[in-house]
Design a protein around this ligand. Structure first.
Ligand SMILES: [Mn+2]
Length: 299
């Protein structure tokens, strides 16, 4: 039974819950932009089995691709247009759920303290130290590994969590977590300095542009200390060049309960009301973003 999940704490915890309920399965870590590609890649080898997808926004096309498997179950909590899914694809999407893991737990009929950890991390409202440390450990892995090596590390983590070993994982990787914390402490003043604040028709918007991929929570945490905060919109733009082509990955966050989905939709993306994003071909600069924000939010 192949499994595709999001490459973050919620995705890993969703996998852990399914591993415990259903036993070992081949897993792949994906994202909304890569999901169609990843489903198609699994078709030749696994189409006679049941596919599981969690914590990733789909599309009518992705659901059609999932229908090439004997059966598919798609469990998520992002807000997206499900439409009428193919007959053999079961879609369970609850946009009001704090995490995909909580929807998975409900689907499986289980209760687990890991769900609360996923809820705290995914809604960026961390209370427990364990949640903060797990988030940093995953961020450490994403910083130091990629491709297959990252995939197998995250799978190993999910397996440990499934066996009830959160405390153990955090203890074993204490040094790595500290290393990440140290890196984070060093980069925070730089983020604060490089952030541009623009007032857009009464909305206070913070722009952070970078070519280095970094976890959004690091930017968010940095901006908590900004003298001009809190911000209605935080925009993080990652510029990437691949095969000579530039693309912009946009991430939107808010400190003031603003609904960011219309803004991310404008760029062909999605997500949650308070945490959304999009990936755009070409370069999206601050001027374009200001115009987009005006278009969406100005009356
Ligand atoms: Mn999630």
């Amino acid at each position: 039974m192949p499994f595709i999940t999001h490459l973050d704490a919620d995705g890993v915890i969703s996998l852990a819950l399914l591993l415990r309920a259903r036993g070992e399965m081949p897993a792949r870590f994906s994202s909304p932009t890569r999901i169609l590609h990843d489903i198609c890649q699994l078709v030749p080898k696994y189409h006679e089995e049941e596919l599981f997808v969690t914590d990733i926004s789909g599309s009518p096309l992705a659901l059609r691709a999932a229908s090439l498997f004997r059966k598919a179950t798609w469990i998520d909590h992002h807000r997206w247009e499900v439409g009428e899914p193919p007959e053999n694809v079961e879609v369970i999407v609850d946009p009001s759920a704090p995490s995909a893991a909580s929807v998975v737990a409900r689907y499986l009929g289980v209760q687990d303290p890991l769900v609360e950890i996923a809820n705290q991390i995914d809604t960026n409202s961390i209370v427990d130290e364990e949640a903060a440390r797990l988030r940093m450990y995953i961020a450490y892995l994403r910083r130091n590994r990629s491709g297959r090596s990252l995939g197998s590390a995250l799978y190993g983590l999910a397996k440990k969590l499934a066996e009830g070993g959160l405390e153990e994982v955090l203890e074993e990787n204490d040094e790595k977590i500290r290393e990440f914390e140290e890196w984070m402490r060093n980069i925070m003043p730089r983020i604060l300095k490089k952030t541009r604040i623009v007032l857009v028709d009464g909305l206070k918007v913070a722009f952070y542009e970078t070519t280095e991929s970094l976890p959004i929570f690091v930017v968010y945490e940095s901006l908590k200390d900004h003298p001009e905060g809190p911000f209605d919109i935080i925009v993080v733009s990652f510029y990437r060049i691949r095969d000579g082509k530039i693309s912009t990955k946009l991430e939107f966050r808010t400190m003031n309960q603003l609904n960011l989905l219309p803004l991310s939709r404008l760029f062909g993306g999605g997500g949650h009301e308070r945490a959304a994003g999009a990936t755009v071909d070409g370069l999206v600069d601050i001027e374009m973003l200001v115009r987009a924000i005006k278009g969406v939010y100005s009356k």
